[in-house]
Design a protein around this ligand. Structure first.
Ligand code: ZN
Length: 133
């Protein structure tokens, strides 16, 4: 599940929450930040877990399925077009102002951005996996 640490301003994926064959509504859940160890927020939403524990985002007040789909498309386009970090962040902010936090975690150079996107895209695809997006 995606988590956001407001101290480090990083997004990371946690595997600390495990479930199988169930639904889970996440609201105000916090986990230890992978970097600083302070409390990081798990992004709110309603998730389903299949028999292998693979999670799918069903709905989320912050990161909706639509927004994740748009962000995935933007990230894929940015990766192909060798977009600058500034352009990627400004286009993400146009999708939704909540994505403005990306400016704190997106790296500074085009090469590093590509590595960041190479990590981000599968995370988004994982969240959308069972919605058939
Ligand atoms: Zn942190």
């Amino acid at each position: 599940m995606l988590c956001y640490c407001s101290s480090c301003r990083i997004l990371f994926n946690t595997n600390r929450i495990e479930a199988k064959n169930s639904y889970l509504t996440v609201e105000n859940v916090r986990v230890d930040c992978v970097r600083c160890g302070l409390m990081a927020k798990v992004l709110d939403g309603r998730f389903s877990f299949d028999s292998n524990g693979v999670q799918t985002l069903l709905e989320g007040p912050q990161f909706t399925v639509d927004l994740l789909t748009q962000l995935k498309q933007l990230a894929q386009k940015a990766r192909i077009e060798d977009t600058t970090p500034e352009k990627f962040v400004s286009e993400a902010e146009k999708l939704d102002s909540i994505l403005g936090f990306l400016k704190y975690c997106v790296p500074k150079t085009n090469g590093e951005l590509k590595e960041f996107l190479a990590w981000l895209i599968p995370v988004i695809i994982g969240l959308l996996a069972m919605k058939g997006c």
